[in-house]
Design a protein around this ligand. Structure first.
Ligand code: 5AD
Ligand code: SF4
Length: 430
């Protein structure tokens, strides 16, 4: 969003540059711009997405310089809970370890008492602060088609849901939505999401991406489901640099139950292929699936962290027009535990607070950011269509005017002391 900080290029490599942000240096990939030492750039997700002049950068930097330190102080003084103290020595030992085993994670996943949960969340929040400082990525998401050829048992877009009124945006409409999000709202990273809709050919998708990347200054993620490896290669060549593709569950037999006719192995292989192509991979799964065990969730966290640098877990929200209509509401602590364990296991990951988590409970966006998460998404689909993209009912955020949702998010980030930067620790130069 407009909530972003430009950095000064301090050295230039072949496909990467070193960038200075108020004395903190980061290495950022540069695939799209001619950049010299002394130039100012905006980076997102580890990529240069825009180059600006000194005159453009100066007022933004001046405005941020003061705010930056203030935010760090706010973050330093903000915890999930103030008066929690570890009484359980077993947890205390686990929380002090440098690396988390699956056995440790299982122990943490079994925590139930409010005090112990608060200690876990405080620990994961402290680790987020120590490793990744107070940066928080905010991506926009455009849901461009609600048609899907799959029949996932949890999802309102499943092909058997004949009651859903579907839509499909044209290339021009997707471009206009992206242009509005980038030029008017200031987003620097966009996710283009749809059901598995093969009425867009690979070429159609590539053209949409290429038009956005070559005309707008933005990092593009695609989230278009299980398409061929060749399709993802095309999308990378057309300029997309991120893929959001969840494996949903790491339990192969549960996977076959919830995604009839599909195999977990194919999904995981595709995710690995995307990573090997150079995409930033965002992946994860659903929490609260019927039959899912604690051990499954622990395995999910470890699989997500090993496959991608961005981790996305959200609760199942039962959709009335799916076979899971009568499933019970997920306890939000199960989601927070998963986020916290992901943070303890994968120190440098970007961890998302998903819209499904926000939908589960109105306080969960704030709480998720205090249990280890450091990334958010805002829905920038034209509002009338966003309501129809009914993966699950009552999606958070889309009933508010977009500007209100954005200003509420900015206020939330400020109150928590988070800065909307891409100062990820992964590429820190000491
Ligand atoms: N509740 C929560 N998340 C859902 N998704 C699909 N249906 C639901 C639901 N009912 C998620 C899936 C998918 C993403 C696009 O939306 O995890 O990967
Ligand atoms: Fe389609 Fe994705 Fe929904 Fe499955 S989860 S029905 S693939 S949109």
């Amino acid at each position: 969003m407009c909530y972003a900080i430009p950095g000064k290029v301090v050295s230039v490599g072949k496909r990467e540059v070193a960038v200075d942000y108020f004395g903190k240096k980061r290495i950022v990939a540069n695939h799209f711009f001619e950049v010299c030492k002394g130039d100012f750039v905006y980076a997102q997700g580890g990529f240069v997405v825009d180059k600006i002049t000194f005159e453009e950068a100066k007022p933004v930097l001046d405005a941020w310089q003061k705010a930056f330190q203030g935010l760090e102080q706010t973050d330093a003084g903000t915890n999930y809970a103030e008066n929690a103290s570890i009484q359980n020595t077993n947890f205390s030992e686990i929380l002090q370890k440098n690396s988390l085993s699956k056995q440790d994670a299982f122990e943490l996943m079994s925590i139930e008492s409010e005090n112990d949960l608060a200690c876990l969340y405080n620990a994961s929040n402290a680790l987020r602060r120590k490793k990744l400082e107070n940066s928080c990525c905010v991506h926009g998401i455009i849901e461009f088609s609600s048609y899907c050829s799959c029949n996932c048992t949890y999802c309102g877009l499943r092909v058997d849901n004949k009651q859903l009124e579907r839509y499909r945006m044209s290339e021009q409409d997707v471009f206009s939505a992206a242009e509005f999000a980038v030029k008017k709202l200031g987003f620097k990273a966009l996710v283009l999401q749809s059901g598995e809709d093969f009425s867009y050919s690979d070429e159609d998708l590539a053209q949409i991406v290429q038009r956005i990347v070559s005309n707008l200054k933005v990092l593009v993620f695609v989230s278009v489901g299980e398409r061929s490896k060749a399709c993802y290669e095309k999308l990378y060549k057309s300029g997309a640099r991120g893929v959001l593709l969840r494996f949903e569950t790491s339990n192969p037999s549960l996977y076959e139950k919830i995604r009839p006719g599909k195999k977990l192995e194919d999904r995981v292989n595709l995710i690995k292929h995307c990573e090997s192509l150079g995409f930033i991979v965002a992946t994860g799964g659903l929490i609260g699936l019927p039959g899912q065990t604690r051990q499954d969730l622990v395995n999910d966290v470890f699989l997500a962290g090993s496959l991608g640098e961005m981790v996305s877990f959200g609760p199942l929200i039962p959709h009335p027009q799916t076979p899971f209509a009568k499933e019970s509401k997920v306890n939000k602590n199960l989601v927070f535990k998963t986020l916290a364990i992901a943070r303890l296991a994968f120190l440098n990951s970007k961890i998302l607070v998903t819209t499904a988590l926000e939908t589960l409970d109105e306080k969960a966006k704030r709480e998720g950011l205090l249990t280890g998460a450091n990334s958010l998404m805002i829905n920038v689909t034209p509002r009338d269509l966003a309501q129809k993209y009914s993966i699950y009912p009552n999606k958070a955020g889309v009933d508010l005017p977009l500007q209100r949702e954005i200003s509420q998010t900015i206020n939330l980030l400020r109150s928590l002391g988070r800065s909307p930067t891409d100062l990820s620790a992964k590429n820190v130069i000491q």
